[in-house]
Write a protein that binds this ligand. Structure first.
Ligand SMILES: [Mn+2]
Length: 426
């Protein structure tokens, strides 16, 4: 295993919370993420379904979690089905989780091989009319494992069964992070920090963007992490392409380099953006633009306190960034006063929102009008993008909501002086 797993008590509590929001006599069934074929017998790298993982911690394909809190038989209230490794599978793929390992990881005691699934699922469903599931009708076919499609098609097509929405209920639970989850996000952030420092310690001029990416990837993999999302490594005007992931151009002296990257540790994401000068020295203009974003970032960071919402923070940041843009000479107050209010001028240079939820998913569940509560984690990421000057700057840290916001990336170099110092050590 590449990460220290969260203890089963956490998953036990999560299931308990979910049961408390389920309707009487209902059952919930969660399927692991499907393995996606790349070609022939090759698959894309596996990533577990976040909801299933949140409820039982099993990080293996072909897993099913069944929760039936009102079942008369106490042994049928929580069940996990896992694949049974046959000899061929062991030869080609190696070890699969044993029943006792699944018990230990998840805290669920009733664990069976999938060969026993049909009988048990039939029994549980025969007592229920309401069902919750993490697969929608559209994704049904891909999500059901080989050989089980017919079985579940039959079960789910029973007209007595009413499908209930679980996403919204789980969303509410998942937005508030437990201490164990904060630890995982901190672990991910720490690895992200190490990767950034390795980039700063490298002479970058002449590097291709993907070679810079390889420094980041190397550190992530060294520490057992994956990329939480496709990293952006964008030099010069590429930084003005918001989702630039080609990362195939040369890093030129005199240009800035914007990196949006984050390690994923134990399926928990971190999400960081930093902008540095390829040469190791910012020009005066680049400094002015950088500090404009940095001031906005620092002001916005203070707003991650209980009661605020993403929408509210967006409104304030939009205003602040507009003021900074006026100071940078991108447009004047007069221009603002006479602008078409449906197309404000600042939007030409700042096209995205300042925040999103973070957790198991990099763009984690949660809504922009949800009032912040302690334990929620967000990104804070203002930017300014001036294509005609080949300047694109974004600064992004992950923030834990508390009475005083806690910056989970406070250790990642941010100030111009520190970045320049670290880039010119040798
Ligand atoms: Mn982000």
């Amino acid at each position: 295993m590449r990460y220290l797993p969260i203890k089963s008590d956490f998953y036990f509590r999560n299931r308990k919370k979910m049961v408390s929001v389920m309707e009487p006599n209902s059952v919930a069934i969660f399927f692991s993420a499907p393995e996606t074929t790349r070609n022939a017998d090759q698959f894309y790298k596996y990533r577990q379904n976040s909801n299933l993982f949140y409820l039982c911690g099993i990080d293996q394909p072909k897993t099913i979690l069944l929760i039936a809190p009102d079942n008369k038989n106490i042994n049928m209230r929580e069940i996990i089905f896992v694949m049974e490794a046959d000899e061929k599978m062991i030869i080609w793929e190696g070890h699969k989780l044993s029943i006792s390992e699944v018990r230990q990881i998840s805290g669920v005691q009733n664990v069976f091989n999938t060969s026993e699934m049909e009988e048990k699922v039939n029994e549980v469903f025969s007592n229920s009319t309401k069902i919750y599931s993490n697969i929608s009708n559209f994704k049904f076919k891909e999500s059901i494992f080989e050989g089980q499609f017919e079985f579940f098609s039959k079960i789910f097509s029973n007209p007595i069964l009413q499908f209930q929405d679980i996403d919204n209920k789980l969303k509410k639970l998942r937005t508030i992070k437990s201490l164990e989850e904060i630890v995982q996000i901190r672990n991910a952030s720490e690895v992200t920090n190490k990767a950034f420092r390795n980039v700063l310690a490298t002479k970058l001029s002449g590097f291709l963007e993907y070679q810079v990416e390889s420094i980041i990837t190397g550190v992530f993999h060294y520490y057992g992490c994956e990329h939480a999302y496709q990293p952006i490594v964008a030099g010069g005007e590429n930084a003005c392409v918001l989702h630039y992931i080609k990362n195939d151009c040369v890093c030129n002296d005199g240009d800035l380099l914007l990196m949006d990257f984050g390690a994923e540790y134990g399926n928990y994401a971190s999400d960081c953006s930093r902008t540095i000068p390829v040469s190791g020295k910012f020009t005066d203009r680049q400094k002015d633009c950088y500090n404009a974003v940095l001031r906005t970032f620092k002001k916005a960071r203070e707003l991650f306190i209980p009661g605020n919402t993403i929408n509210h923070i967006n409104k304030l940041t939009d205003k602040w960034i507009e003021e900074e843009m006026i100071k940078l000479g991108l447009f004047s107050i007069e221009d603002v006063n006479s602008q078409d209010s449906s197309k404000p001028l600042f939007r030409n240079y700042y096209m995205h929102g300042v925040s999103h939820f973070l957790g198991l998913d990099v763009h984690d569940v949660g809504d922009k009008d949800m009032p912040f509560e302690k334990g929620m984690v967000f990104t804070c990421e203002p930017g300014i993008y001036i294509r005609e000057e080949k300047i694109g700057i974004r600064i992004e840290n992950d923030i834990l909501v508390d009475e005083i916001p806690i910056d989970l990336m406070a250790e990642i170099p941010l100030e111009i002086e520190e970045i320049e110092k670290l880039m010119n050590m040798s």
